[in-house]
Design a protein around this ligand. Sequence first.
Ligand code: PLP
Length: 408
Amino acid sequence: MKINENYLKLEKNYLFIRIAEKIKDFQAKHPDRKIIRMGIGDVTQPLAPVVVEAMKKAADELAVKETFRGYEDSGAGYDFLREAVSEYYHSFGAEIPASDIRINDGAKSDCGNLVDIFDDSNIVLVTDPAYPVYVDSNLMNGRQLIYADSDESNGFAAMPSNDGYDLNGEKIFPDIIYLCSPNNPTGAVYTKEQLAEWIAYAKTHQAVILFDAAYEAFIQEENLPRSIYQIDGAKEVAIEMCSLSKTAGFTGVRCGYTVVPSELKTTASDGTEVSLAQLWNRREGSKFNGVSYPVQRAAEAVFTPEGQQQIKENIRYYQENARVISETMQELHIPFTGGINSPYIWFKCPNNMDSWSFFDKMLEEIAVVGTPGAGFGKNGVNWFRLTAFGDKDATIEAMQRFRSMLEK
Ligand code: PLP
């Protein structure tokens, strides 16, 4: 046998494994120090009561012969949940039929799996910095990547280059474009006008946009888009991935959804028109057997009026943490993005320090863990990400420690 040697070209350790090892070493050396973790983007608030009730009720149904359920027929998700998601889109002005929505076990799987339906010769554009899964899942298939710089000059919201992108000395245009808004790690959010520009660009270059909306629930400003489908023409060029992980605390429960609009079509090499939804359904039909019934019922509860009210309480809790972190940055005159429409605060390391050195400094001096921007791409080398997903008191204490470290 031969292995897929593309795996050998990946960064040796996934970012968060490297961080976990550093924390373990530090804790072994300093067992008495209380570490505050603001690194990994995991949530800390418990599930909404209405969600837990729905999950329990569904589990009870599975205990009775008449209501027991085995495989779900299509694997695309039960109609009750696909329709609830469709209604949710409708609530902010995007019309997505339930038939264009597939339920999955979270957005990470589809961020990686979707590329199965595209040829390996496609050129993939990723904004830099970016959620590492986009880069890794394409490198695993040996695809060539090009990068659109997100930096201070554009408010960490990269826009398309009409001159193309450099690849081995050539100017080249992308076939697959990953966009994430609100962005992980930078917290930047694209406006409707900016997304319209990306949509026009994708049309011109016959590219597809893979739009990651995992943090849409954190958008507070009414005029910012939660979905790319709020912009005209998006259905002909974009696939959208979303998740209940951060919206409703489903990081451990696992449930998300992907929209592949029926309008999204391309031409095969023999000239026939092909629907991307059909390819994706075919792929999923062979490789994915759906999400468990209790989890889908729990997800359905998220979209009820009671569910929405309960999850919004948790989101407000995290937004308050984000406010505490942002205010600290403002008071210390540290440049940052995010924190308002996003649970992430992305700030410039003081004295232009390298982000891994700043990580070590924070861990050693104040026992606060964040995520070095370098882990997300070259434009993150001097930047740092903190998350607002922690406990309120711990966040306040972390910011006090942070302030005293920098004022020293
Ligand atoms: N997309 C982005 C931008 C993320 O930050 C994450 C998780 O942190 C995911 C997708 C995956 O989330 P999940 O697989 O839990 O739905």
